[in-house]
Design a protein around this ligand. Structure first.
Ligand SMILES: [Zn+2]
Length: 143
């Protein structure tokens, strides 16, 4: 992949084709003032097609949430035009304000200001449970 357009920033590569806008929204990239490039349906040797997001500034993004939304991505940190760090995000231990509890009797339904928090209870099967009522979080994003 060509990263020559970025000197300092972040490239999120190997995004499942069609997932780039979901990640864009969850990472709140619309709030950034720097350039953000979204490349859809780039050719991929692994998956046939992939999406890529390039952020033209070394910002603090919530890498953990990527591990939940699209576990196959790889994150490249670019400094002075070189990849200084490349890694795949892990499934996060906790999801804070990412998914909402669907249990109508859960306390989080009544208390508007309560943050929806889910805890990873089964890493192998990607199961998250609400910390208030232990309901299962909604299914992992389809790939
Ligand atoms: Zn709950």
């Amino acid at each position: 992949m060509v990263i020559d357009s970025i000197t300092d920033g972040i490239v999120i590569d190997h995004i499942t084709s069609g997932m780039s806008m979901t990640l864009y929204n969850y990472l709140h990239l619309d709030k950034l003032t720097c350039s953000v490039a979204i490349i859809k349906n780039a050719p991929s040797s692994k998956a046939g097609k992939k999406d890529i997001i390039k952020i033209d500034r070394p910002i603090d993004i919530d890498i953990d949430v990527l591990g939940y939304l699209d576990p196959g991505v790889s994150v490249n940190i670019i400094e002075n035009g070189e990849i200084v760090k490349k890694f795949k995000p892990d499934l996060p231990e906790r999801l804070v304000d990412v998914i909402k509890c669907r249990n109508p009797r859960c306390i989080s339904q009544d208390e508007q200001e309560l943050v929806h928090i889910f805890k990873l209870t089964d890493r192998e099967n990607h199961v998250y449970r609400c910390i208030y009522c232990e309901s299962k979080g909604k299914a992992h994003f389809k790939r």
